[in-house]
Each structure stands twice: as structure tokens, then as C-alpha cells.
Design a protein around this ligand. Structure first.
Ligand code: HC1
Length: 574
């Protein structure tokens, strides 16, 4: 700990802290715009400027380390004036259509303008460049006219994901964020993960809103409209309604969706149980029949897109299982349709997903078990929050309600899918029991839990040693692929989730401003709520699920059967 003075008050902070961190520890907020801890520490926007005694110029707090005896002022007239001018300059090239902006109300630029009493948004009005609105990709749009050049999206794409399809183009006043050779997003090998969206401080990039399509289906009396909710959405949706991070709002989420008017409110977690039945079976078959190994999980569509675009040689290693979202749709339009006596063309399946790549996934080929797309629309958690608001539902006051059956009761294994390592653990639970041939007690595979980007473990399953890895974020996936391809490591089974931390940190989740992201461990808090739910479930292994047993008995036969393949599996292509 070293001693410093902030705003005339003596305080301490750990050595090595930046001024920004030291201030925060002492409950003083310094505003930031471009700063994202660990990935975008560039001191470019100059919102975080402070005075340091003995230094002539203002100092950027986000990157400047403290030293013993430093005297810092964060709230002087000079500091306020500088921050305000910076904001006015940013506004001079910002498309100020705030009322109709998707981020109105949670735009970091808007919040700062309010805080620093910007009273004339036209103060530095002048020449402006007009950029085309890019809506060429399936899942998102980009409007450079609202971009403030903070480069947070660039950092997310290049550091977390090591994809790097966006970056600054041109120089000086003409600088703008784009892709190489000014290609549109639809033309480059973007994997649709949406990590750029969750870090954007403004409305420059956002998911394509598909709520209109869902309202239209709800208004159509010929449609049986069913909704399914992804594992992680129940532990994040509350954030859109100011409920503390890491709160499980499953009951209120179900109640809200019912009040919106869905005919049935189902749980994707149940489909995750089906995925485990198929994936565990596929894994055992591959181990017993010489591969190909490692087997990679296939439920994260961002990862799949990465694999298809950048590592097609690994396609034979991908599990052929559809994702839970798609398995759900497939079962809804086959087995459930028949049970209910509804033609599959009249069933409209909506996913509530933490993921923007799920929008792309619903458009994939070879995912139409009943001859119609397995799922119709994948909404992000954010879009669903907007539907709830629009419907005038007072979310926080809702009672807790239960999912509808038959797809309403998942095992704990389905819940943990939403966190990195969860699919692996769920599969190991079922694979161990299947191989043992009798119920097993030890079903916690704690080595694959936690938020590290790469987790490795070895287990002995019924006499066979298996080496597994769970990785999240594409930069980490790249590392593990290199290890595998160079022969440095051998794994039997690898779980890959496209987003760092898994779906709980997906690109479709509620946006948290940098002031939260930089200081709160979002991923751990959200994941903890899923493991808590798992712990409290009566049934925690997918193979124990009554609905899983019933559907196999009535319809699918056994895992890996021809029928199961035609409904629940797919193929991947270059
Ligand atoms: Fe996921 Fe999955 S866990 S991919 O992370 O396998 O999106 O939450 O729904 O499909 O179940 C996402 C989450 C989700 C699928 C499941």
C-alpha cells in the first residue's frame, strides 16, 4: 500500500494501481470512455483527466500509475472544463439522434453529457462526414455516424477474440472504424459473437432488432407461438431492470413472457439435456471407435462459424449435435407438433438467447427436422427486455411462475450450460454414468469450473483415462488448437464457447457500462447463479430427466439412433 492524496484527503492504494483504480478504491469515480481494463488501455478519449501536483498538463488517470505522496485532484474547475470540452468535441461529429437511438437511456456518452452539464450539443458544429449504414450481416448493424472512435469494439474483436475484422481506417478527421478495404461486415469473416456490441458505449453498433417479427407472430391467430429461454438469460435479464448482477430471475422471466402473450413458455435447458444425451453418446462412440478425437462441442454458433471459416480441417472433430436452441426447435416441430395436433408450419419458435450468433444459427442449412426451420427467431436478452418494457410489464413486481410442460423441467446439467465448462461437466456426468452402467455419486467436475480462459483436467471414467479442456473466447480457442495441431497436447474432449466466460458473457446480454465492467467481475457473478441453481435441482444429470426418457421411449429410440440423427444432428461445411 502506498500513501497518496486525492482531493485533499490522504488515502492509500496498492502499489501498481493506476490513478483510476486508486480513486475507485477510495470511492471516487473518475469518468472514462475508451478505457476497458486489460484490453483497451490507450488513454485516448481524455475523459479521465485529472490534475497531479507538480505536473503541468492534465494526466489520463486510466493509464497513469500512482506513486508515494502523489497529490491528485479529480474535481477541479480545470478538470471539469477539459472534460466538458472533450465531450463537446465528441458531439460535434456524433449523429445526435438520441431520442430514437437504441441506446437512449443507457448510452455512456449521454450519461457523461448529463454529468458534465453539456448544455449545447451543437457548440462545435462544423463539417461532418457521412458514413453508410452497414446492415449487411445477419446479426448486427454498424452506424459509424454514431461512433466516437473509442476503439473498444476493435479491442474486443482483436484481443478477446483474436479475429480482428474491424479496425481504424483512414487517418485524421477521416478516421473511422471499418474492415479491411472498406468491406462491409457481411463480406468479412466476422463470427457474429457480438462482443463488440456489449462494449460499445453508444448506439454505433447493435444487434438487429427482430422484435417486430415476434410481435407480428403473436398477433397472428394461426400461429402457435412458443418461446424457449437459454440457460444464462435467467441470470442476466434482471440487469435490464436494475436487479443486482448475478440474480436468478427465472420465475419473473417466465411470468413476463406469459404476459407478453406466448402460447407456451418453455426452457432451453430441457433441450440442453437432450444435447447431453446425444453428445455424451457420440463421445463414448468416438472413444471406443478411434475418433476422430478430440471431439469439440458444437453448441456455440460463434465458435462453429470460426471453425468453418478459419479451421475447416477440424470440421470432422466437431460434434454433429445441433445446439440446444436448435434441438428444441426440432423437437417442437416434430414430436410436440404431433402430440398437440398442430402442423409444424403453424408453430413459431422464438429463442431468448444471450447471443447474437444465434440469429445466424437459426438461418443455417440442414437444421429443419420437420421441413421448416427448426427455430424462427432468436432474440437477444436485450430485445426481450425491450419487449417486456413495451408491453408495460412491471418486471420487478411480477410473481415467480413456472415454465410450461412438457419442456419445463430441466436437470441441473442443463442449467450449467450457460457458463464455460458447463457443457463439459454436464456431458461427463452422463458419460460416466452410462459407462459405469449404474448410478454414480460423484457428479461434480469442479476442475472445469471457473472463469479462466483455458481449463484442463484428466479424469478416469470407468477405467478409461480421458483428458479434457474447456476454453472460452476465440483467442483461447486458437491457443488450444495450436497445441493440438502441433502435437504438444492430446485431448479427448474439448468444450469451446465463443465468448469469454461462455454464454453468461454473451454478445446478446444486457449492456453494462465500462464503469461497471472495469470493476465488477460480471462473469463470475452471473455464473455463480447458474451453479447455485444446479446445486438446488433435485435432478442433476440429463439422463435422469423424465421428459428426456419419455421422448426417447416414444419417438427417438436411443441416443445416436437413426431417428435421433435425423432430428437432433446436423452437418457443418467450409
Ligand atoms: Fe448458450 Fe446453449 S448454453 S449456447 O451458451 O448450448 O447462447 O445460455 O442457449 O443453444 O442450452 C447461448 C446460453 C444456450 C444453446 C444451451
Amino acid at each position: 500500500e502506498i500513501m497518496i492524496t486525492i482531493n485533499g484527503k490522504v488515502c492509500t492504494a496498492p502499489e501498481g494501481s493506476t490513478i483510476l483504480e486508486a480513486a475507485r478504491i477510495n470511492n471516487i469515480e473518475i469518468p472514462t470512455l475508451c478505457f476497458l481494463k486489460e484490453i483497451n488501455e490507450i488513454g485516448a478519449c481524455r475523459m479521465c483527466v485529472v490534475e497531479v501536483k507538480g505536473m503541468k498538463n492534465l494526466i489520463t488517470a486510466c493509464v497513469y500509475p500512482i506513486r508515494e505522496g502523489m497529490e491528485i485532484t479529480t474535481n477541479s474547475k480545470k478538470v471539469f472544463k477539459s472534460r466538458k470540452i472533450n465531450l463537446e468535441l465528441i458531439l460535434s461529429t456524433h449523429e445526435r439522434k438520441c431520442l430514437s437511438c437504441i441506446r437512449s437511456g443507457n448510452c455512456e456518452l449521454q450519461m457523461l453529457c448529463k454529468e458534465f452539464s453539456v448544455d449545447d450539443e451543437d457548440y462545435y458544429n462544423g463539417e461532418n462526414l457521412q458514413y453508410d449504414f452497414d446492415d449487411t450481416s445477419v446479426h448486427m448493424y454498424r452506424n459509424d455516424n454514431k461512433c466516437i472512435l473509442c476503439k473498444r469494439c476493435v479491442a474486443a474483436c482483436s484481443v478477446w477474440q483474436d479475429i480482428g475484422v474491424v479496425g481504424p481506417n483512414d487517418r485524421g478527421f477521416k478516421t473511422h472504424i471499418g474492415s479491411a478495404y472498406e468491406k462491409s461486415l457481411g463480406e468479412v469473416a466476422c463470427i457474429s459473437c457480438g462482443q463488440c456490441i456489449v462494449v460499445c458505449p453508444t448506439g454505433a453498433i447493435a444487434e438487429k432488432d427482430q422484435t417486430k417479427e415476434v410481435w407480428a407472430a403473436l398477433d397472428d391467430p394461426t400461429k402457435h407461438v412458443i418461446v424457449q429461454t437459454a440457460p444464462s438469460t435467467r441470470v442476466t435479464l434482471g440487469e435490464a431492470f436494475n436487479i443486482p448482477i448475478g440474480t436468478n430471475v427465472e420465475g419473473k422471466m417466465v411470468a413476463a413472457l406469459r404476459r407478453i402473450g406466448f402460447d407456451k413458455v418453455f426452457d432451453t435447458n430441457v433441450a440442453a439435456d437432450f444435447t447431453i444425451m446425444e453428445e455424451a453418446n457420440e463421445f463414448i462412440e468416438r472413444v471406443q471407435n478411434n475418433g476422430p478425437l478430440p471431439m469439440f462441442t458444437s453448441c456455440s454458433p460463434g465458435w462453429i462459424k470460426y471453425c468453418e471459416s478459419y479451421h475447416p480441417e477440424l470440421i470432422p472433430n466437431l460434434s454433429s449435435c445441433k445446439s440446444p436452441q436448435q434441438m428444441f426447435g426440432a423437437l417442437a416441430k416434430t414430436w410436440y407438433a404431433e402430440k398437440m395436433g398442430i402442423h409444424p408450419k403453424d408453430i413459431f419458435v422464438v429463442g431468448v438467447m444471450p447471443c447474437t450468433a444465434k440469429k445466424f444459427e437459426v438461418t443455417r442449412e440442414d437444421e429443419a427436422a420437420a421441413g421448416y426451420s427448426d427455430c424462427d427467431v432468436a432474440l437477444t436478452t436485450r430485445e426481450v427486455a425491450r419487449m417486456i418494457e413495451k408491453a408495460g410489464i412491471r418486471f420487478n413486481d411480477l410473481p415467480d411462475e413456472q415454465f410450461d410442460n412438457p419442456f419445463g423441467e430441466a436437470t441441473g446439467a442443463g442449467y450449467i450450460f450457460g457458463a464455460t465448462g458447463g457443457v463439459m461437466e454436464a456431458a461427463l456426468r452422463t458419460a460416466s454414468e452410462t459407462l459405469a452402467g449404474h448410478p454414480i455419486d460423484s457428479i461434480d467436475f469442479k476442475e472445469v469450473r471457473g472463469m479462466e480462459g483455458i481449463k484442463e483436467a484428466s479424469y478416469e471414467i470407468n477405467g478409461t483415462k480421458v483428458k479434457v479442456a474447456a476454453v472460452s473466447g476465440i483467442a483461447n480457442a486458437k491457443k488450444i488448437i495450436e497445441k493440438i495441431q502441433s502435437g504438444e497436447e492430446f485431448y479427448h474432449f474439448v468444450e469451446v464457447m465463443g465468448c469469454p466466460g461462455g454464454c453468461i458473457n454473451g454478445g446478446g446480454q444486457p449492456v453494462q457500462p465500462a464503469s461497471v465492467r472495469n470493476f465488477v467481475d460480471l462473469k463470475t457473478k452471473r455464473a455463480a447463479a447458474l451453479y447455485e441453481a444446479d446445486k438446488n435441482r433435485g435432478l442433476r444429470k440429463s439422463n435422469d430427466s423424465p421428459i428426456v426418457k419419455l421422448v426417447y421411449k416414444e419417438f427417438l429410440g436411443k441416443p445416436g439412433s437413426e431417428k435421433a440423427h435425423s432430428v437432433l444432428h446436423t452437418s457443418f461445411t467450409k
